[in-house]
Structure formats: structure tokens, C-alpha cells
Ligand binder design. Structure first.
Ligand SMILES: Cc1ncc(COP(=O)(O)O)c(C=O)c1O
Length: 392
């Protein structure tokens, strides 16, 4: 029942956009283990594109020795930005570190969303109206672009990907020609869930439009083909990266972006003071101080991705999509996703199941260790064959 405070019913004051939003709450591993009646350590968790090898030895040692829990961290991650600058050959002043790249998506939208109408005596910007009101999302893709777009009261326009999961550049060009208002576009490359890179020519065409282009390279270490060098030549390009995947630090939440100088300066003013905690900064820095071990693991995962893809091609129930990332999206044939999920969970294997729109029959398998991948292959091969539809 609603509680009244004077004449206010506070629950009725919640913005309409929030009422329509879905909580983002994937089941944590301990919960899944409880639901399945097994120990968490017995589960093969390949549902969130995490790195099965975890942090590098150096990052793990730095975390064990970390003794600054009682101190506030460097609010602008100076040492880490220096190290990222050297890692990417980019000016550290153009880098901003965030609490995961998720935070940077939100922060960017807060930077660009239009100011409220000026009211005399308020803190609203009283200059000419500015900002960006529309976010372009290209589904299927990472869900957080639309999530933060809605959370920031921006209009989210979906320009669906083509049947091969490519960005429909022509449709975006048509939209911009019809109504040339400035917009912000999010494109993941490699895209999540299909694992495809955005072709260079497509990026060039997008950058020629009245768009702020956010190229999300969360998985680019697995593809080895970054466009971060293009930020210097395009003041409408932002590249987002993260330590969650290749560096095995998803739980510590360290992402970063490379921004045109004016945006980096503005975002530093807007961000929360201590957005990246001290342990996370130290672990990310340690990763970059000995990047070779992390990259050796990336090479292992890439080799496993290719092996897994080849094996999956021979299994009738799945139709894998070639991927440049640390996961493989597959169409499922002959079983519903719920049936497949039951089968895999009974064998302690957790995958990502979609089930809507263009992904109605799709799953995503994160690449694990060779043993984990073998378990996936074995479980899929063991599915009773009498119900299998023929592979097209
Ligand atoms: C395309 C893409 N971008 C960003 C992220 C979020 O990364 P972070 O852990 O740095 O917030 C993910 C995580 O799954 C992702 O798939």
C-alpha cells in the first residue's frame, strides 16, 4: 500500500520511464547452484562471456597484497590512464576510466541528454537548447545501450540489423537524411551476441553522418583489430574498452573509453568522484604491467573458439555463427530453448538462452577452457537424435 507523506504519494511520482523498465538481474552463480542442488564449483559457467582463467598472476598477487582499503582511490585513475595510454598508444588525457564500461555508456548519455527547459533562478542551462535526444541502437546487440537510453529519458530508435546481423548502414543514412538532428549511435564490434566486427567501410559511412558514434570494443582483444587509432582523426568517434573480458576482471568493474579531447574533459567533470575503486585500479594496472600472460590466455581462448566452432558445425542441434569474440552464437534446431536449457543444466552447463525477436532460437556459448568446451560438445552430441530436425 502507498504511504502518504503530507499530500505526496511518493510512489506516484516515479517517472513513467522507470515503471516500464525491466530490472537487470541475471541469476548469480550461487543461486543457480542452489536451484540445481549442486556445488557452485561444479558448474561450468559459460553464460556471461567471462574469462575462465581469471586475472593474471600479477593482478591476483597485487589484489592479495592490497592494503589501501581505508583510503579513497585516485579519483581520476592517473597511473592506470598512463598505462592504458601506453598500451594503446593514445594520449592519457583522452582516456576516462569507469566502473565497468557500463558506467561510461550511462555517463555519455548523461553528458549529451538535452538540458531541461530553463527556469529563472534554477541551475538549468539558460543558453540555447543543446544536447542529443535520440539514441540509435542496432538490435540484436548488447542490451545496455537501450537500457541506459531509457534510463536517461532519451528516445531509443532501433535500426534492426540485417539478416546476417550486420549494421544496416543504409537505413541509418536514410534516417539521418530524413531528419538530420544529431544522434548518438552505439555499435559493438565485435557485436554481442553474433561476434561479428563492424567493417571499416561501414564505420567510415557512419562517421560521415551527424552522429556521435560509440564503438564498443569490449571484445576486441579476441579479434585483434581495433579502431582506437581513429579517434585522433574523428571528433565524433568514441571507443569503449574493458578489462572484464580479456583481462579476467569482470567482478572488479573496470572499463574505459578513448574520447575526443573536449569530451574527455567534460566527462571528467561529470563523473562520480571515486567511480573506480582502488583495488580495481591496482589490478588493472598490474594486468598492463605484464600484459603477456593475459594475451597468451587470449590466444588460447581464440584457438579454443575456432576448435569449438568447428566441432559445433558437426552437431545437428546447433548452427554456429562465426565469431571474432570469446563466444559463439548458435541457432538451435529440433529443440526448444527451454528443453535445451534443462538438458544442459542437468549436466551442470550454463549457457545464455535468448528466445525473442531475431534471437528467438538462439543461444550464446562463452568459450571456456578446453575441458569446459569438451563438456559442452559432449553434452550437445549426447542429445537424443530422434527429435533432431535436419540441419539446413
Ligand atoms: C558489448 C559489451 N559492451 C560492454 C559490456 C560491459 O562491460 P563492462 O563489464 O566493462 O561493464 C559488455 C558485457 O557483457 C558487452 O557485451
Amino acid at each position: 500500500m502507498s504511504q502518504r507523506t503530507g499530500s505526496l504519494v511518493v510512489s506516484e511520482l516515479i517517472g513513467g520511464r522507470v515503471r516500464g523498465m525491466q530490472e537487470y538481474a541475471p541469476e548469480p552463480l550461487a543461486e543457480t547452484a542452489r536451484r540445481l542442488g549442486v556445488a557452485p564449483a561444479s558448474l561450468i559457467k559459460l553464460d556471461a562471456n567471462e574469462n575462465p582463467y581469471g586475472p593474471t598472476d600479477r593482478a591476483a598477487a597485487v589484489l592479495r597484497a592490497y592494503a589501501e582499503h581505508h583510503r579513497y582511490p585516485d579519483p581520476i585513475s592517473r597511473r592506470l590512464r598512463q598505462a592504458i595510454g601506453s598500451y594503446l598508444s593514445v594520449d592519457p588525457d583522452q582516456i576516462l576510466v569507469g566502473n565497468g564500461s557500463d558506467e561510461l555508456i550511462d555517463l555519455l548519455l548523461r553528458l549529451f541528454r538535452p538540458a531541461p527547459r530553463p527556469v529563472a533562478g534554477s541551475n538549468a542551462d539558460d543558453r540555447a537548447p543543446n544536447g542529443i535526444g535520440q539514441v540509435i541502437d542496432c538490435q540484436p546487440s548488447f542490451g545496455m545501450y537501450a537500457f541506459y537510453g531509457v534510463a536517461n529519458d532519451m528516445q531509443v530508435v532501433d535500426i534492426p540489423r540485417t539478416s546476417g546481423y550486420g549494421v544496416d548502414v543504409e537505413a541509418i543514412e536514410t534516417l539521418c537524411a530524413r531528419d538530420p538532428q544529431p544522434r548518438i549511435l552505439f555499435v559493438a564490434s565485435p557485436n554481442n551476441p553474433d561476434g561479428q566486427l563492424l567493417p571499416e567501410a561501414a564505420l567510415r559511412r557512419l562517421l560521415a553522418l551527424p552522429l556521435v558514434v560509440v564503438l564498443d570494443e569490449a571484445y576486441v582483444e579476441f579479434a585483434g583489430d581495433s579502431r582506437v587509432g581513429w579517434v585522433a582523426e574523428h571528433d565524433n568517434l568514441i571507443v569503449l574498452r574493458t578489462f572484464s573480458k580479456w583481462a579476467g576482471l569482470a567482478g572488479l568493474r573496470v572499463g574505459y573509453g578513448v574520447f575526443p579531447p573536449a569530451l574527455a574533459t567534460a566527462l571528467l567533470k561529470l563523473k562520480s568522484p571515486y567511480n573506480v575503486n582502488g583495488a580495481a585500479q591496482a589490478a588493472a594496472l598490474a594486468t598492463l604491467e605484464d600484459v603477456e600472460q593475459a594475451m597468451a590466455r587470449v590466444r588460447l581462448l581464440v584457438a579454443e573458439r575456432e576448435r569449438l566452432y568447428t566441432r559445433l558445425q558437426d552437431i545437428p542441434v546447433v548452427q554456429p555463427h562465426p565469431s571474432q569474440a570469446n563466444y559463439i552464437m548458435c541457432h538451435v534446431r529440433g529443440y526448444t530453448l527451454a528443453e535445451l536449457r534443462d538438458w544442459m543444466e542437468a549436466r551442470g552447463i550454463l549457457l545464455r538462452y535468448y528466445g525473442r525477436g531475431a534471437l528467438a532460437d538462439c543461444i550464446r556459448i562463452s568459450v571456456g577452457t578446453p575441458e569446459q568446451n569438451d563438456a559442452v560438445i559432449e553434452a550437445l552430441e549426447a542429445l537424443p537424435s530422434q527429435v533432431l530436425a535436419s540441419k539446413e
